[in-house]
Design a protein around this ligand. Structure first.
Ligand code: UD1
Ligand code: CA
Length: 467
């Protein structure tokens, strides 16, 4: 394609304070579907095949810069020391613009629902004939947005709400905030923008009128309101989450996942689900989960940073924490928690078990209520259970400890020493049986309480004799 030969610089604006989030955290670091707003924007940039990326951050925004470099290591960070408007923010990245990209794409860091396809479409418009391309949408409620003033196909101006006339305010075609500029004239246009407006800010949107005055073509493309939904408040964050969840669920269904109640399943942007996976109602996925083909996640399970092998079964009411790695056809039962542990093929963990920091061999059976005691109050230690081993219910395996292949542990044991392969370990109090104990029980109880009251009376006399 012709487009791919042109190179493109993306400038992501993320210097906003986000005061309306009422948060100690920078706005763009809030998450939608387990991924920061900034990361969503940067993923779209990456997936659109953009060559260079400049991220404009505010002062004291080190965590924002760290996140940008984490997601897109080639990001160049620019600090906007004073918030003087969107055009001013773009010009903070002047040295990146001077590198001479064919296309320049300006993206807001607080617009997480934007797709790579739309970014490509916006670039494509510049490739053809326009020098400025703006992404518009039909707003259900246009208040607060800049309005797109068009003349036939041409875009002649963007009027910010505060500067708009009553008639202009009735226009429902609004500015989504994204803009593409032809690289060769970008600086010419940007340098002409001034702050002669209601907010005394350098508005990027003025690029349109300036291009028009320079006899350069500006056009508007349209997208859905969802895609350019900007986040300023927690309510808008929740709305974006709902849109993103709908998208992720639809994509999972499309890819061959069964969900009888998709609206009750919460996915992360990076959740990877194989074919013929079944997810029952009310399952929550945190970041970093992979589920292989044919696995079943039963209701009310919570998974994060976990890998579920082919055909495995999880839950109901299971919790998989980071580093849980379940082998093929393994079974994690109800109220079982697994953390930083590898579960072998076909192994089973039953009701209320806790498996942390260790491994369970293939086909091993972890009885109900078994606990891997991995923490001694200072450090964590590992527990290794061998292949085909059987741990009786309600056992405590005190790490560091190893139970060999094919070994058995008697129910209710507290295992502190290694169990060799094939051995049986029993580590619990021996049972005592007293024959015919019940019939005399009442008499013994009466006699016992009499002895007790005599003992109580005795110390008083003792005290007197002492004095
Ligand atoms: C902007 C558009 C408006 C559009 C709306 C869509 C302008 C002048 N207005 O308005 O037409 O309808 O978005 O949501 O562009 N930022 C900086 N530094 C600054 C100012 C802003 O980095 O000095 C960043 C913000 O962090 C944010 C983005 O630019 O990510 C947009 O700024 P914001 O103040 O939210 O613009 P709006 O008033 O919403
Ligand atoms: Ca905004």
């Amino acid at each position: 394609m012709k487009m791919s030969r042109r190179n493109c610089l993306a400038i992501v604006l993320a210097a906003g304070e986000g005061a309306r989030m009422r948060s100690a955290r920078p706005k763009v670091l809030h998450a939608v579907a387990g991924r920061s707003l900034l990361a969503h924007a940067l993923h779209a940039v990456r997936d659109a095949g953009i060559d260079a990326c400049a991220v404009v951050v505010g002062p004291h925004a080190d965590p924002v810069a760290v996140e940008a470099r984490h997601v897109l290591p080639q990001s160049d960070i620019f600090v906007q020391h004073e918030r003087r408007g969107t055009a001013h923010a773009v010009l903070t990245a002047r040295s990146a613009i001077e590198n001479g990209a064919d296309d320049i794409l300006v993206i807001f860091g607080d617009t997480p629902l934007i797709t790579a396809d739309t970014l490509k479409r916006l670039r494509g418009a510049i490739d053809h004939h326009a020098s400025v391309a703006v992404l518009g949408f039909r707003a259900a409620n246009p208040s607060g947005y800049g309005r797109l003033i068009t003349n036939g196909h041409r875009l002649v101006a963007i009027r910010e709400e505060k500067d708009a006339s009553d008639i202009e305010r009735r226009i429902d075609l609004c500015n989504g905030g994204l803009m593409a500029l032809r690289g060769e004239c970008a600086l010419d246009i940007l340098d002409r923008i001034d702050d002669a407006n209601a907010k005394r800010e350098f508005y990027l949107t003025d690029a349109v009128t300036i291009a028009d005055a320079m006899a350069l073509e500006a056009i508007a493309l349209e997208t859905t309101e969802d895609e350019v939904h900007g986040i300023n408040t927690r309510a808008q964050l929740a709305q974006a989450e709902a849109v993103m969840q709908r998208r992720l669920r639809a994509a999972a269904l499309e890819a061959g996942v069964t969900m009888v109640a998709p609206d009750t399943v919460f996915l992360c942007a990076d959740t990877r689900l194989g074919r013929d996976v079944t997810i029952e109602p009310h399952v929550v996925f945190g970041p970093g989960v992979v589920v292989e083909d044919d696995a079943v996640i039963h209701s009310f399970s919570h998974l994060e940073g976990a890998h579920v092998g082919k055909g495995a079964s999880v839950g109901p009411f299971a919790r998989l924490r980071p580093g849980a790695k379940l082998g093929a056809r393994s079974r994690i039962g109800n109220f079982v928690e697994v953390k930083a542990a590898e579960i072998g093929e076909g192994a089973k963990a039953n009701h209320l078990a806790y498996i942390g920091d260790g491994s369970v061999g293939a086909a091993a059976n972890i009885g109900a209520g078994t606990i891997f005691c991995n923490y001694d109050g200072k450090t964590k230690h590992r527990t290794e259970v061998g292949k085909n081993a059987f741990i009786g219910s309600n056992s405590a395996l005190v790490a560091p400890v190893t139970v060999g292949d094919n070994a058995y542990v008697g129910s209710g044991s507290v295992i502190t020493d290694n169990v060799p392969p094939g051995a049986l370990a029993i580590a619990r109090g021996r049972q005592v049986v007293k024959a015919d104990w019940a019939p005399g029980r009442k008499k013994r109880a009466v006699a016992k309480s009499q002895r007790k009251s005599q003992r109580k009376a005795a110390p008083k006399r003792k005290k007197k004799t002492k004095r």
